[in-house]
Design a protein around this ligand. Sequence first.
Ligand SMILES: Nc1ncnc2c1ncn2[C@@H]1O[C@H](COP(=O)(O)OP(=O)(O)OP(=O)(O)O)[C@@H](O)[C@H]1O
Ligand SMILES: Nc1ccn([C@@H]2O[C@H](COP(=O)(O)O)[C@@H](O)[C@H]2O)c(=O)n1
Length: 181
Amino acid sequence: MKINIAIDGPAGSGKTTLGRELARRIDYHFLDSGLFYRYFAKLLTENGYNPLEKAKVIEFCLQKKTVIAKDPKLFFQKLENQQIILSHPKVSNLASLFSPIQELRQIIRELIRELLKNKGFVVVGRDMTFKVLPEAEVKIFLTASQSKRIERRYQQLKESKEHLSLEEVKKDLVERDKRDE
Ligand SMILES: Nc1ncnc2c1ncn2[C@@H]1O[C@H](COP(=O)(O)OP(=O)(O)OP(=O)(O)O)[C@@H](O)[C@H]1O
Ligand SMILES: Nc1ccn([C@@H]2O[C@H](COP(=O)(O)O)[C@@H](O)[C@H]2O)c(=O)n1
């Protein structure tokens, strides 16, 4: 019988690395909840919305949710196909600007819960273990010091050819930690 495994923790703590490898080894689906936030933030920005226009943002997201909810699996595949574009550091920052909007969090939570009903997922993201999937059969909280996470993120971006200085990476991560608290 398959179960769901939820992995939580701050930015750069290693959730994606652990989650992806675990899913591969046990032949589970891997679901990165951050992609949902990234997808909505990118789409909202491309359509001219900013996080201060909360009511308009919510209305737009609710409309999108109605379409997505008709076929959550198809949407999940779409996210996987857009992974490279959605992984850009600029999109990370956009995601963390929109993510404090509680109504958007609720929309994403419901979409994820619908997908996970089928079990057999390793799902990662902050708030997974206590808000999104408190009933997950296995829950893991990963962490590392902020300086370690900054160093890891700096190396990660260097390897992916995104040119950010150590200072820029530090500023981004410290700001994200504050917003994500
Ligand atoms: N245990 C570890 N030791 C050293 N480096 C690690 C470890 N786990 C992950 N890393 C490296 O740290 C970087 C960030 O890891 P990862 O993307 O898995 O973090 P994350 O928690 O998913 O971050 P985010 O929430 O921002 O997506 C990657 O380059 C990864 O290779
Ligand atoms: N469960 C989650 C996942 C993500 N967020 C927000 O999105 C940003 C990007 O997330 P990544 O994990 O893909 O780096 C993140 O900084 C959060 O603001 C979230 O709120 N909850």
